[in-house]
Design a protein around this ligand. Structure first.
Ligand code: GAR
Length: 210
């Protein structure tokens, strides 16, 4: 499938960014979007919980935010439908899962192209504890992966990866911080290029550009 942001419809790609925590990747995107040449704008921030720094970052940037809590819905399917409806209201061209710690369901994925950033070199160490598991395994390099989201857990087509060395005395916090400083740059580069150049995705292999 070859895709592109419809240029005649939007001047810059509309991003909805989903967060669950500190939102430093979100902040990097907000900062990049201040440059009109970047080609994208964050039109809304969504979260699965209240009281997180990611939501405070949205507020400081004057970007609308919404919260859809799993515990407010009788089933995961109902939560997925409510999240999809909130996202749809903001008419995104792309949805970015940037530290969003929930698996997205079929309603969200049917309606939107979703990009996730993950703190490991997929397909190694998928899931919520990637940094801890990479350290425990004893790998000498790890890194980050930006990929299209499919129905699996961190299984979608890889768009870009960057390698980060693991130090002998790293703990989960020090390694994650080193990965995140590289990850923010990679995510910003990928999102800007996807917005400006489009992408090609056959469901397994993906690249930027048509
Ligand atoms: C990032 O490292 C992101 O890859 C990770 O959470 C961090 C969020 O940081 N996501 C996952 O582990 C998802 N499996 P941030 O809130 O500072 O952007």
């Amino acid at each position: 499938m070859i895709s592109a942001i419809p240029r005649g419809v939007t001047l810059s790609a509309r991003l909805v960014v989903l967060v669950s925590g500190s939102g430093t990747n979100l902040q990097a995107l907000l900062d990049a979007c201040a440059d009109p040449g970047f080609g994208a704008q964050v039109v809304a921030v969504g979260a699965d919980r209240d009281g997180i720094e990611g939501l405070a970052r949205a507020e400081r940037a004057g970007v609308p935010a919404f919260v859809v809590r799993l515990s407010d819905h009788p089933t995961r399917t109902a939560w997925d439908g409510a999240l999809a409806a909130e996202i749809r209201r903001h008419r995104p061209d792309l949805v970015v899962s940037a530290g969003f710690m929930k698996i997205l369901g079929p309603d969200v994925l049917r309606d939107h192209t979703v990009i996730n950033t993950h703190p490991a070199l997929l397909p190694s160490f998928p899931g919520a504890h990637a940094v801890r598991e990479a350290l425990a395994y004893g790998v000498k390099v790890s890194g980050c992966t930006v990929h299209f989201v499919d129905e699996g857990v961190d299984t979608g087509p890889v768009i870009a990866q960057a390698v980060v060395p693991v130090k002998w005395d790293d703990d989960e916090k020090t390694l994650h911080e080193r990965i995140k400083s590289v990850e923010r740059e990679l995510l910003v580069e990928v999102m800007g290029r996807l917005a400006r150049e489009g992408w090609t995705n056959d469901g397994r292999k993906a690249r930027i550009g048509r």
